[in-house]
Design a protein around this ligand. Sequence first.
Ligand code: S3P
Length: 449
Amino acid sequence: MTTLLVHPAAGPLSGSVPVPSDKSIGHRALLLGALCEGDTRITGFSHGEDNVSTANALRAMGVVIDEPSPTELLIHGKGLDGLSAPASDLDCGNSGTTMRLLCGVLSSRRFRATLVGDETLSRRPMLRVAGPLRTRGARLTGRPHPTREGELLAPLVVGPLPEGAALGPHEHDSPVASAQVKSALLLSGLRAAGATRIREPSVSRDHTERLLSALGCPVRAVGSIVELDPSGWDGRMPAFDMAIPGDASAAAFLIVAAQLVEGSRVTVRDVGANPTRTGLLEIARDMGAGLSLEPQGERGGEPVAILHAWSAPLRAARVGGETVPRAIDEIPIACALAARASGTTRIRDAEELRHKESDRIATMATVLRAFGVECAEQPDGLDIEGHAGPLRAADVDSRGDHRIAMTAAVLGLVAAGPTRIRDAACIATSFPKFVATLRGLGARVDVEP
Ligand code: S3P
């Protein structure tokens, strides 16, 4: 179990750095590349463990994925109907996106597949995907939750759909804004007899819709309603080339680090700037952060920008409503901004955080208190009192949650002494070069095996 020792920053952070390829877009490029006809080339791929889980699951179903260079993948697509039965369980590792999106892809197949995950993933709710998929005819079973009646946990067994049967049309009014639920349903809809229509309470990330649309699939979005109607469509998707943009969720840690460490100036290159992912930038701006965005056009249908961040005095803000789904993975690092802002930041409408890699409301409350920051846990968020002066040097446990580990590392830069972050190997799920990147900006971070 890796432990990080983060030293207080001895001076400003400075430099221009890249971030890993976007994890969400990576999953979709892999899955759809496998369902296309011909060879799809993905460049700028960073091999975060979550994306590797998706690639390996596809390989186990007969998809050949070559790696012509360390950052390139060549996916030999098998067509929409071409996946074959896996010989063993599909290991989704820590990746909720892998498990939930695969449920969608697999629910219309004539074979059975078992999806397993690590300890953390095996605690996460799967009924949100299994429920609507079952309603449209999928066979999907799982392990009953020990305390929450009706809830399903991994391992999940999907399929087979009986010979001659097809998934039916489906209209889903989602109680939560979840791109994983939306994407699982859209992917199941590619082979369904009838339309898939999803309505979310507000818009979640739209990478699936963008890529499907670029591949000629009959998908349409109006506000937070998405519809896919395959009637009259031949089900063929052409192979594609895609340079994956940098991960906005990874960039968030560096942007916030630049706010916290006085005098810092940090540039993050080639970052995805899809508006369904930019909630953190808006929250940071509201808090007075030093931040500018230089648009760089589009890549594979996704907007890309260079982000410039510099330290500035921060003030408390109220975070809630439709911003939350667009910043859902960045709420932990937004808590780090709040910890250094003058006043009380109130975060609400973020109950979904309780169902992430850890219960991020409870875990962040523990982490903030370890650093001497006062906070109050709410059912759907946190109240955080800004703390002037150095934070208390902390000893924290990530609870296996990569975003908690990285948030604690950023807070450690403004602590009064070295901060120890235990169980930090999970950082590799999304940002394998996190420590090297922080060091490149001037931070001192030791890694203890
Ligand atoms: C993701 C969607 C979000 C996000 C996750 C990645 C995706 O989850 O938290 O890290 O790639 O679709 P939900 O759909 O559960 O909100």
